[in-house]
Structure formats: structure tokens, C-alpha cells
Design a protein around this ligand. Structure first.
Ligand code: MD5
Ligand code: FE
Length: 203
């Protein structure tokens, strides 16, 4: 199914479900080479969400700021390649939402355990805001907080479930958003966690 959340924001419920086993297998290889880690914000707070990346650019944060880097600071090696299955799913979902020709070079992988959350923010570390961001939800469901162009805009709450994909383009590309603290639970395939893949064109 295809649901408009706002201008440019399209929710594709269950879109990734047919690919879940392939995605999990590819994910396992990525995290063997680039394990999840809880990064620090420039303000010195450790994030509750653990992160890793694949692709030619990876999103990192530390005391010096937020940026995209081709090298994993923990290993000193390039991030693992973006698996062709990941790329294909992201490109197909983007096209389905009206963004044909999306060519992601970065995939930030977020891991939420119960209690982990992401506070309201905008994604603005990318070069080209005309490209959408494609988000794939796996595992435990989460309450996604979808705000507007101003921080003060009251966020709408959406439950995102295993297999759901959201394409954030057009005006919504720069809307404020976050994730409410993850509720405890157990998912048959993913266990006690939520993983979100966010495909981006960083450069
Ligand atoms: C998540 N991750 O569920 C979300 C999915 C992040 C992040 O927010 O920065 O890693 S991506 C949600 C997103 C991206 C771009 C625009 C909007 C939402 N939006 O307009 O709401 O872990
Ligand atoms: Fe974000």
C-alpha cells in the first residue's frame, strides 16, 4: 500500500517484507566488519541509538561535529560496500514514490534497543536536498515523530513496523523528525531491537 504522509513523504507499508531474509544476511556481513557503536554528539552526549554504515560515505558524529566520511573511524578501513540488494530496494522504493533515478551513496544503519530514542532533528548534512532519503524499518515497531519545517511544529505520530519503507522527499526532506523511546518486545526475525536503514545521497 502507498500512503501520503505529507507533500513528498510516502509510506510504503510492508514494501521490504519480501526481501527480509536477503536483507538480514547482508546486514550480518556488514556488522561483522563494521560493528554497531554508540557515537558522541558534538555536545558530548552519547547517543542511545547505535550506528554503523555501508556505502562509499558513512555518517559519523564525534566531539568535532557531524559529517560524512569514507572511512570507518573505529577500523580505519572504508565502510563495507553497499550490498546490491540494499541499493535495489532503495532505488525501487524511491521510484515507487516518484523519485526515479535516486542513486544512494550512503546507508546509515541505526539500531534501537528498548528505551533508545532519537530526539527531534533535521537531516541536513547531505550535499543535495533534491535527492530523497529512503528509510527501511526492521524488527520491533517504533513511534515515528513527524514534525514540520519548524522545530515548534507539533509532530504527528506514526507507528512504523517491520518491512515498512518511507521515502522522504520534496518539502518533507527537511522536516523535523524523531523516534519515541522504543518499547520493549521481541520480534520473530530480528529479536529485541529495531533496525532502520536510511539510504542517502550524501555527496
Ligand atoms: C530512523 N532515522 O527511524 C530515522 C529514519 C536519522 C533518522 O532520522 O537521521 O538517522 S530517517 C527519517 C527521516 C529522514 C529525512 C526526513 C524525514 C525523516 N522527515 O522529513 O521526517 O532511525
Ligand atoms: Fe533523521
Amino acid at each position: 500500500s502507498r500512503e501520503a504522509m505529507a507533500e513528498g513523504a510516502v509510506l510504503l507499508r510492508g514494501y521490504a517484507k519480501p526481501f527480509e531474509n536477503e536483507v538480514v544476511a547482508a546486514l550480518r556481513e556488514i556488522i561483522a566488519r563494521a560493528p554497531f557503536r554508540r557515537m558522541f554528539t558534538p555536545g558530548g552526549h552519547q547517543m542511545s541509538v547505535a550506528m554503523t554504515n555501508c556505502g562509499t560515505a558513512g555518517w559519523v558524529t564525534d566531539r568535532s561535529g557531524y559529517r560524512y566520511d569514507g572511512i570507518d573511524p573505529d577500523s580505519g578501513q572504508p565502510w563495507p560496500e553497499m550490498p546490491s540488494t540494499f541499493r535495489a530496494i532503495a532505488e525501487q522504493a524511491a521510484a515507487e514514490a516518484g523519485f526515479a533515478g535516486f542513486t544512494p551513496d550512503a546507508c546509515l544503519i541505526n539500531r534501537y534497543v528498548p528505551g533508545a530514542r532519537m530526539s527531534l532533528h533535521q537531516d541536513q548534512d547531505e550535499q543535495d536536498f533534491a535527492a530523497p532519503i529512503v528509510s527501511v524499518s526492521l524488527g520491533l515497531s517504533a513511534i515515528f515523530l513527524f514534525g514540520g519545517p519548524k522545530r515548534a511544529d507539533k509532530p504527528k505520530r506514526y507507528r512504523l513496523e517491520h518491512g515498512d519503507i518511507v521515502v522522504w522527499g520534496g518539502p518533507s526532506r527537511l522536516f523535523f523528525h524523531g523516534v519515541a523511546p522504543l518499547a520493549d518486545g521481541e520480534h520473530a526475525l530480528m529479536g529485541r531491537q529495531r533496525i532502520n536503514l536510511t539510504f542517502r545521497k550524501a555527496r
